[in-house]
Design a protein around this ligand. Structure first.
Ligand code: PLP
Length: 395
């Protein structure tokens, strides 16, 4: 097919040309002085995007590695952790906790809402012996398109006067949604390179609070590759305990420079506009969102349900075959029931419109019942045309 592919899965996201070019350079000696300067600059820029003052550990691993790292560094065999079933990613993290030998308790959820801060608070209040060692929450559940209110979770933990660590998965939120690790009292923030940070897959991060660092001194789960201490000790000197992903690190610096130039508030506002346009399209089509609470609807991606008896995968196959458009699939129990439009990372209004047009044409081609007009509704939002929206009753 001629022209560019349209990648609208909710990560890995599209890479800016500047990031691609920054990585297209010779690899340097990762034990030399130029690399040392690169590590220090990267550390400084990473702390800015996480909103933290403590160390940010960078692993040459996908996000799942950083999930595991957060747990093995802070916890001991048999420790109790409290998790919330927000969707597929929370479920996978819970599975990892179980495999690591933790007693992982899951607050049941319907995969249509974010984490329930009140339920977390109630469990912590009841845990008078403080047997729960960590509360683990996914900030942006990439399977459902629902966000969780991390500040509210922190307030619930404080109200219960409970000393558990707070671990937050920001793999699909960092750099796309407002996030402040220190202000929200998050002890370990888990992140990945391939979504809001506009980098290729392959890096993941743990941003570590002083309390988590203290816990790591006595944590007894086995660890070697993931151990924080040797990483922090060498990072302080500008180096890594094993071969870093040098060329991707060039990309980290370039992506974070771009984010600084645009400004975090402007980036978050852009994601919010693109999400609003996508949701306006969904409403016009008459398709239901998987996220049942509009206040929790994600600005990173939109997960749309197809009517009973219709196949979301058939829609995705048509979008790919006919329009070279990749949409996200339904994960776990949502397989074939939903499709996901990613609107994160390096994106602008007209790129988003290409995806919304592709979806509307594909809905017609596969015969999924819908109303036309999603493209128009999204254009009105992006053009800021409130009169047109009001006229069509679409505001
Ligand atoms: N957590 C969330 C919220 C995710 O979206 C993903 C991947 O999409 C993961 C965890 C797993 O990360 P990875 O696939 O990079 O291992």
């Amino acid at each position: 097919m001629s022209g560019r592919h349209h990648l609208f899965i909710p990560g890995p996201s599209n890479l800016p040309d500047r990031v691609l070019r920054a990585m297209d350079r010779p690899t340097i000696d990762h034990r030399g002085p130029t690399f040392r300067a690169l590590t220090f600059e990267m550390q400084r820029r990473l702390r800015w995007v996480f909103g933290c003052a403590g160390p940010v550990i960078t692993y040459p691993a996908s996000g799942s590695g950083a999930w595991e790292a957060a747990m093995v560094n802070t916890l001991s065999p048999g420790d109790k952790v409290l998790m919330c079933e927000t969707g597929q990613f929370a479920t996978l993290w819970h599975d990892i906790a179980g495999r690591l030998g933790l007693e992982a308790e899951l607050i049941a959820g319907d995969w249509r809402h974010g984490a329930d801060a009140e339920a977390i608070g109630a469990q912590l209040q009841a845990d008078t012996g403080h047997t729960i060692k960590a509360v683990c929450v996914v900030h942006n559940e990439t399977s459902t398109g629902c966000t969780s209110d991390i500040a509210a979770v922190r307030r619930a933990m404080d109200a219960a006067g409970h000393p558990a660590l707070l671990m937050v998965d920001t793999i699909s939120s960092l750099g796309s949604l407002p996030y402040r690790a220190d202000d929200w009292g998050v002890d370990v923030t888990i992140a990945g390179s391939q979504k809001g940070l506009m980098l290729p897959p392959g890096l993941s991060f743990n941003a570590v609070s002083p309390k988590a660092l203290a816990a790591s001194e006595t944590a007894k789960l086995p660890k070697s590759y993931w151990a924080w201490q040797p990483m922090i000790a060498l990072n302080e000197k500008g180096f890594f305990p094993y071969t870093p992903a040098t060329n991707t690190l060039y990309g980290v610096i370039e992506a974070l420079k771009m984010m600084e130039e645009e400004g975090l508030d402007a980036i978050f506002a852009r994601h919010a506009r693109h999400a609003a346009a996508t949701r306006a399209a969904a409403a016009a089509w008459g398709l239901e969102l998987q996220c049942a609470d509009p206040a929790q609807a994600s600005d990173v991606l939109t997960t749309l349900r197809v009517p009973e008896g219709h196949s979301a995968d058939a829609l995705r196959a048509t979008a790919l075959e006919r329009f070279d458009l990749s949409l996200g699939n339904g994960l776990g129990r949502l397989a074939d029931k939903v499709f996901r439009i990613g609107h994160l990372g390096d994106l602008n209004d007209l790129s988003l419109m290409s995806a919304i047009s592709g979806v509307e044409m594909s809905l017609g081609l596969v015969g999924i019942p819908h109303r036309k007009g999603g493209v128009l509704a999204a254009m009105d939002v992006l053009a800021g045309a409130p009169e047109a929206m009001a006229e069509r009753g679409a505001a």
